[in-house]
Design a binder for this molecule. Sequence first.
Ligand code: URA
Length: 436
Amino acid sequence: MSSGAVPLIERKKSGGELAPSEIRSLLAGYLDRSIPDYQVAAWLMAVCWRGMTEGETLAMTQAMVDTGATLEWASLDRPTVDKHSTGGVGDKTSLVLVPLMAEAGAAFVKMSGRGLGHTGGTLDKLESIAGFRTELGLEEMSAQVRRIGCALVGQSPALVPADGALYSLRDVTATVNSVPLIASSIMSKKLAGGAGTIVLDVKWGSGAFMPTQEAARELARALVRIGEGAGRRTRAVLSSMREPLGRAVGNALEVREALDTLNGGGPADLWALTVELGTHLMLLSGLASSADDAVRTLTALRDSGAAARRMEMLVEAQGGDPRVVARPDLLPAAPIVRTVAADGEGWVAEADARTVAEAALQLGAGRLRKGDPVDPAVGVAVLARVGDRLAPGAPLAGVHARTEAAAEAAETHLRAAFRLSPEVVAAPVDLYETVG
Ligand code: URA
């Protein structure tokens, strides 16, 4: 046990501030095991109650970055960009944005995670493309980015090893839910990824980590302060996760919807959020001179098929069958598809993201524990959106299931996601608040 940790825990407990060198010594001691779990856990709990100053949060982030490798892109002839979403339901934006931005002239290495609990993970979605490899070594990834401008990969274990260790401890000590700890965890991985421009999609609502827009704003401010403090052009966009993004929730279903969107179809809300995030990336990285210019460019790259061709290059480079981009019907499909019909009538007042996600999880699209297998084919198609007027018997959702019993259980769960109102309900407008 380290007696040196006790005064630091004590100081944080009573609301004091730690110096950057003290934060570094706590992290280093944790990683070399000279400071035991229980002391680090006590400090994390004190941080949950007392918070961290701006200086402490930045110092914590930088100390975490310095525990591992960092990527270096200085010799690239294009601006480097990165994006992070705080997690939601049906969020397949990266699958559209990454090839689009690469086609627009950026270098984009998107490191993602797997789904856990109710939120989906980009890696699980990508692996529904047969043969697609998400575990690239740093050298292979770097060569691919130099060749085609983009990569969609798993978080490299060589980057920020402190985050994995701390996150496991936070997970079992009720210390996940703290703005400075979440912000330093997210931003340490973004800073280590080396991009000059970072755009953060901070979601709020039932399907998100942050329940309210106010809470999302607080996290967004902390994230942007860290990015700017570390010398990166950083902006955050707040987006609603009260109902799922797009219509598809489940791995292959979401890939299909993302490919439809790249091919010029797809749901309007997914395209709107992709363009919003892409516009900030283009403005901050100097690839567009105005928001109108960015929107025009991104739309033209979709309409010409250039972004879809870039996605084919990416899928092929990472071992998948590139024909899937033009032919999403090659993706795995569930044997049972059942429509859940409305038993009343009225306007859809609620299509609750969290409840839809739970139904998809129950079908096998997600995992309850790290390492659980996921079924790529199953999931939910959300057919009724807030503001739709439904007649009795109109479809609420489609259940894509492996067995009849699973479909039955999901149908019961899904019915609870939808609330119909006899009064007119207006469709929500995609209004994004920008921080930074
Ligand atoms: N996502 C992260 O990467 N870290 C957190 O602490 C929470 C969400």
